[in-house]
Design a protein around this ligand. Structure first.
Ligand code: SAM
Length: 343
């Protein structure tokens, strides 16, 4: 029989008032600091044994369909955090709080952290662990309202964090830092770039997705996501992660990827939603000759004006008539779409 969900017992926990908020550690005395460093080190030690004990105490059964693979390698949690280069005035979005092992690190580095967890039992565990982190807002919801839309609650939590930062007279960046659940990784990244652009994203994703995120034209993984990202971001795979660094182990490798938004390239895209839809339409037929796909998007051969326009685009950008979408680089796609969509 399934155990009912219970909060973990915390016999050794000090009273709330006896602990410094996570963000204010620098103001602690050296004695406090030593004590807190020890507390922090033990609190962040998310090992397989720790998770097994915690989950069995509260009767939590992992749901792998929700991408519940927890990072159990401390060095890699460090690497993920370090690679994000969080500054004290930054607002960080984390998707998938889990038990808050990464969240509490983010909280120490950032101005505000908005962390999202779909599973209410994990949200309870994370909230317990974050009780002293006064700069974290945990939202227990699905990050997506639907496939191509971020949750309104997530957006309003980010708005609030930005308002608080403004009120504090600070300026910082908006970053995504997360061990992303594989099931929503693509829509989360795509939709953020579309409607709530981050300055940078440092995330763990399945290796196959990391390849798609960073692929250049001609690579076997090159697809609509590669062009969408490649037209606006610099991207880099920072580290390939074997299954053993997660518990439970996923079936495939993962990777830490960093994306840096490049404003000067993003500003070349006249209409972001239109470009996004264009890429999706084109890459439904990535192996077909692009000219045919464009002609059919423009209404088919029965539309001679559209065919003439497409031929003019080919001439202007010096494209071979039989070129396929998979061989065209992101910046050329931006130019083609601009000309193609001219009224
Ligand atoms: N951050 C933790 C860590 O690094 O160990 C957990 C990461 S785990 C890969 C992904 C987390 O995302 C899980 O806690 C899962 O419940 C949560 N999750 C899955 N789908 C989600 C969704 N649609 N919206 C918000 N959270 C989701």
């Amino acid at each position: 029989m399934k155990k009912s969900f219970q909060r973990p017992s915390r016999p050794s926990r000090k009273k709330k008032s006896a602990r410094k908020p996570l963000r204010n550690r620098s103001r602690a005395t050296s004695e406090d600091k030593g004590e807190e460093a020890a507390a922090s080190a033990s609190a962040t030690r998310q090992t397989t044994a720790y998770l097994k004990k915690l989950f069995s105490e509260v009767g939590f059964a992992i749901d792998t369909k929700k991408g519940q693979n927890f990072l159990v390698d401390l060095n890699l949690l460090d690497l993920l955090e370090r690679s994000a280069e969080i500054q004290p005035d930054d607002i960080v979005l984390e998707v998938g709080s889990g038990t808050a092992a990464l969240t509490e690190r983010l909280a120490r580095a950032a101005f505000r952290v908005v962390t999202i967890e779909i599973d209410s039992r994990l949200a309870t565990l994370a909230q317990d662990r974050l009780v002293d982190a006064d700069n974290v807002r945990l939202v227990n919801t699905d990050v997506l309202a639907r496939k191509n839309k971020l949750s309104a609650d997530v957006l309003s939590a980010l708005d609030e964090a930005e308002q608080e930062r403004l009120t504090a007279g600070k300026e910082g960046r908006f970053l995504l830092v997360a061990n992303l659940p594989y099931c929503v990784a693509t829509p989360v990244i795509s939709n953020l770039i579309l409607s709530r652009p981050f300055a940078s994203a440092t995330v763990t994703v399945q290796y196959e997705m990391a390849e798609r995120m960073t692929a250049t034209a001609g690579h076997h993984s090159y697809n609509a996501l590669s062009v969408w990202i490649g037209s606006q971001c610099r991207s880099e795979i920072i580290r390939i992660l074997p299954p053993a660094v997660f518990w439970p182990r996923p079936k495939v490798d993962s990777a830490i990827v960093r994306l840096d938004l490049q404003e000067h390239r993003r500003s070349q895209i006249l209409d972001l939603p239109r470009f996004h839809t264009f890429l999706r339409n084109i890459f439904c037929h990535r192996r077909k000759v692009l000219r045919g796909v464009l002609i059919s998007l423009a209404g088919g051969k029965k539309n001679p004006e559209a065919v003439a326009r497409i031929d003019m685009i080919y001439e202007k950008f010096n494209l071979e008539r039989n070129i396929r979408a998979e061989s065209i680089d992101p910046d050329t796609f931006v130019k083609i779409e601009r000309e193609f969509s001219l009224p």
